[in-house]
Design a protein around this ligand. Sequence first.
Ligand code: GLA
Length: 383
Amino acid sequence: MKNELTRLFIDQFQVSPDVIVRSPGRVNIIGEHADYNNGFVLPAAIDKAAYIALSLREDDEIHLTAVDLKENFSTTIHHLKPIGDVSWPNYILGGAAQFIKKKISLKGFNLLLTSNVPIGAGLSSSAAVECATVFALNHLLKTGFSRIEMVNMAQKAEHEYAGVMCGIMDQFASMMGKASQVIKLDCRSLDYQYVPFKLDGIKILLLNTNVKHSLASSEYNTRREECEKAIKLIKPHHPSVESLRDVTMEMLDQYVLPADELVYRRSRFVIDEMERLNDACNYLEQNDIASLGECMFETHEGLSKQYEVSCKELDFLVDYVKDNPEVLGARMMGGGFGGCTINLVQEDAIARLVSEIKPAYEAAMNLPLDFYIASIENGTEIM
Ligand code: GLA
C-alpha cells in the first residue's frame, strides 16, 4: 500500500509525499445514538481504512486527488469553505480549516486519498478521512495536538463542512482504536477504557444493504433536536439536567409523556439503550456472548420501532438471522436509514449464512448484498 501510494503521489504531483497516514473505519457493538446524548458507546476501529499521502507546499494552494473516484479538487487556504455538494473534499478541507481556526499558519498542500471503507455503509468512511487529514497535518506542521484534541477537530470538520451534527464516537474510534479491543467510551467526560474483544470461534460479520436513504443526515439532525426537546421539557423542573444521560424514566413519564409523545418515545429508547450498554459490558466481561447478542437484538428493535432510524432493508437482514442459533446477535449500526448490520456469528457458519441470506436479500430488495468479516485493528497511524 505504501509503495503504491507513493508511486501514485509522484505521478500526480511530481514530488514525494512527506507522510502517509492510515485511519480506519469503525464498528459499534452497542450504544447507538448515545454519543450526542452524553451516554456510553462501545466502538472499535476495523481493518478497512482511508489512506492519505500528503506533502506541504510553499504556496497557499491545496490540491486534492481521490484515486478511487478519479476526481481532483483544488482551492487555496484563503478560500477554504465547504463545497456545495457534500462530497469527499469537504472532509479534508474541514480538517484543514480546524488548524486555521486555531490560529495556526497553515501551508498549502498536495493530498492523495484512497479508501477501502465502503461509502454510505455506516462504517464512518468520512470520519476516517477527517482523522487522517488532521493527523497528517498535525504531524507535518508540528502542532503537537493530542489525539483527543484531534478527535475534536475531526468531529468539527464533520459539523462544519459536512453539515451532520454527529457525536464524538466515529472520530474517537478511528483515532483511538486498538487492535483486538473495543473502546468503552463515556461521551460526557471522554474517559475511556479498552476492553478485550476476543470471541472464541465468533466473528463480526457486516452485511451491507447497499442503500443509503437520502433522509439519513436530515433525520439524524432531527433526532438530535428531539432529544434536546426532552431536556427543555425537563430542565425547568430539574435544573441540573444537561442531557438524556441525567434523565430518569420517572422524569420522562412526568414531564415528557404528557407534552410530546414522539419525543417521549425517542428519549425512552436512549435511556433504555444506556442501560443496555451497561448490561452488555458486564456480559462481555463475563464472556457471556449469547446475552450480549440478545442485547444487540433488543437495540435493533428499539432503533427500528422507537427511534425509527431503521429501514426495510436493515429490518430484513436482522429478521432473517433472528432465529438462527449460529447468529448470537445482530442489529443495524450507525446513524441508520441504510448501511450495514453488525452480526456476531459463529465462524464456521458464516459461509453458509452468506450463501443463504445473499440471494434472499437480493430477491426481496432487488439490491446487491455485500459482506465483510471485520477484524479489530489499531486507530490512526503513520505508515
Ligand atoms: C453516526 C454518528 C455518530 C453516532 C451514530 C449513532 O455514526 O456520526 O456520532 O451518533 O451515528 O450512534
